[in-house]
Design a binder for this molecule. Structure first.
Ligand SMILES: Cc1cc2nc3c(=O)[nH]c(=O)nc-3n(C[C@H](O)[C@H](O)[C@H](O)COP(=O)(O)OP(=O)(O)OC[C@H]3O[C@@H](n4cnc5c(N)ncnc54)[C@H](O)[C@@H]3O)c2cc1C
Length: 496
């Protein structure tokens, strides 16, 4: 049996703790915050005269549910009481000219809706694109997403051993360029471009391989967890504890200790030392390599990458029901590029006219009767003072930007202001403070550039005995990918 310390109880940390505990390791999870789940957060609010609201503050959509089925199957079976419900439509898209299309699950139905909303031929274009995207998914799934990558040398290995797969993935091509080749309608390209943001990136610089994201979303569906997505994190936490992992909240790790160059445990902020044979860091990779353990080459490589975008969130307790509101709603602006120019520009700035994403689950467990719990998310530059960042703590910025978003909602057909009975903003600075994500960058580094996947921090760190799990390391962010990173790391460590 090895002693394993996991730093951080985000979904990746909890999932690796469950897997390692289930295979006989003695696992201790140290979480700085008083709650677990990391970015998969929850805000509960009682509103006078209306009742209790529950808001997911991070993820609102589960994709690739099989990854969680695998996790639970490997650690003792599907948890009692945990439900996943398939959403249909996955999202309602509204474009600046008022055209609206529901992304229904049935492929032929979706294509027919694209023809009706965007013009004849759009459905066929999407069909062609999907065939290409499926090839990308088949080529990338095993060697990229489900395997450890150790760096650019893997790119060379793949080029030599699987040239056809590498050709399908087209590492030199951007998502924007792939969209241009397959989709004639600019609104359909906009819809595709949005998937770059699922990895915190700009579609003009993100790799064409991200075509796999819409493919996977449609092929495996988009899912909701009744009661809120936070319940998924709670189920993974419970599984880790049931299998014997010790969970210590309010326990910040100050340093990873080493002996003869290998990880030997952690030093807690309280001064306590925990010895370990293996350390798994679920904390943001920049924090790990800059503050927890000296790894100059890894830190330099991270410093060269573009940090991912962050998000500005508005939680709204809304009285009354809104006609035409789906569970997930995406309201595009006229000029999508202006959004990425603002987020990734130098200087960066809050996006004047951003895409508005509204999630309003029709779930009695999260809103009182006759009310709606809205989670409004827009892309935002990360928090900080340097180039490419915005000081989200500047006096009045968060409140004035929230007011601006309420105006934009009204302009795009959702005039909600008069029905808001309670609201809260969550800025990139809040995300940084709550989860330790440097600058509130949701995905650590963005996926900009041909070799982005190979330059992401690897699961096997340069320090023997130290592994990285979670959204800022390979294979990337988003709930299924962090659960996959836990699977990869558990595989690298092996059973006790
Ligand atoms: C607004 C928003 C919307 C999103 N929407 C979606 C979505 O719809 N679907 C989806 O799949 N994904 C979504 N994501 C992404 C998803 O939430 C993340 O990729 C995923 O939850 C990250 O998990 P993780 O394992 O990397 O851990 P994190 O959530 O990053 O947690 C890391 C944990 O480590 C702890 N920690 C850090 N440093 C230390 C230390 N020194 N000592 C002890 N503990 C430490 C932190 O407190 C934190 O709890 C969204 C994220 C955000 C913020």
């Amino acid at each position: 049996m090895s002693r394993v310390v996991v730093i951080g109880a985000g979904v990746g940390g909890l999932a690796v703790a469950a897997r390692l505990a289930a295979t006989g390791h003695a696992v201790t999870v140290c979480e700085a915050s008083d709650v677990v789940g990391g970015k998969l957060g929850l805000v509960e609010q009682e509103v006078d005269g209306l009742g209790a609201f529950r808001f997911d503050t991070g993820p609102s959509l589960v994709t690739m549910p099989h990854v969680f089925r695998d996790l639970f199957a490997a650690t003792g079976g599907w948890p009692d009481g945990l439900e996943l419900t398939r959403l249909d439509p996955i999202a309602r898209y509204r474009f600046a000219d008022g055209a609206t299309v529901d992304a229904v699950g049935d492929e032929a139905g979706f294509e027919a809706r694209l023809d009706a909303a965007l013009g004849e031929g759009s459905g066929a274009d999407w069909h062609d694109f999907t065939a290409r995207a499926e090839r990308v998914w088949q080529a990338s799934r095993g060697p990229f997403l489900e395997s450890a990558l150790d760096g650019p040398a893997d790119l060379v290995r793949l080029a030599l051993t699987r040239p056809r797969d590498l050709a399908a993935i087209a590492p030199g091509r951007s998502l924007r360029s792939l969209g241009r080749a397959h989709l004639r309608d600019p609104r359909l390209r906009m819809l595709l471009d949005r998937y770059a943001t699922y990895t915190g990136s700009d579609p003009r610089h993100a790799p064409a391989a991200l075509a796999a994201v819409p493919y996977v979303e449609r092929a495996y569906g988009g899912w909701y967890v009744p009661g809120g997505l936070v319940r998924l994190g709670e189920a993974v936490r419970d599984r880790a504890v049931e299998r014997g992992a010790v969970l210590r909240t309010g326990t910040r790790v100050a340093r990873i200790t080493t002996e003869a160059g290998a990880a030997s445990g952690v030093l807690l902020a309280s001064g306590e030392r925990l010895r370990a044979d293996v350390v798994v860091a679920n904390a943001d990779a920049s924090h790990v390599y800059r503050e927890l353990v000296p790894a100059p080459a890894a830190a330099r490589r991270l410093a060269r990458a573009t940090p991912s975008l962050s998000g500005f969130v508005l939680l709204l307790a809304v009285e009354g029901r809104t006609p035409g509101l789906a569970h997930h709603n995406v309201l595009f602006p006229a000029d999508y590029d202006a959004e990425f120019d603002a987020v990734f520009g130098n200087p960066a700035r809050p996006v004047p006219n951003p895409t508005l994403y509204v999630s309003a689950p029709d779930d009695p467990a999260v809103r009182p009767d006759g009310c709606e719990a809205w989670f409004v998310l827009v892309n935002a530059p990360r928090h900080g003072s340097g180039p490419g960042a915005v000081d989200w703590r500047a006096t009045g910025l968060a409140s004035s930007y929230a007011e601006h978003l309420l105006d934009l909602l009204a302009q795009r057909g959702l005039p909600v202001r008069d029905r808001v009975r309670w609201s809260r903003t969550l800025t990139p600075a809040d995300l940084e403070q709550r989860t330790g994500a440097v600058g509130g960058a949701i995905y650590g580094t963005s996926s900009h550039g041909a070799a982005a996947a190979f330059l992401r921090p690897a699961n096997r760190s340069p320090v023997p005995g130290l592994f990285l799990v979670g959204g800022s390391s390979h294979p990337g962010g988003g709930l299924p990918l962090v659960a996959l990173s836990a699977q990869i790391v558990a595989g690298l460590i092996g059973p006790a």
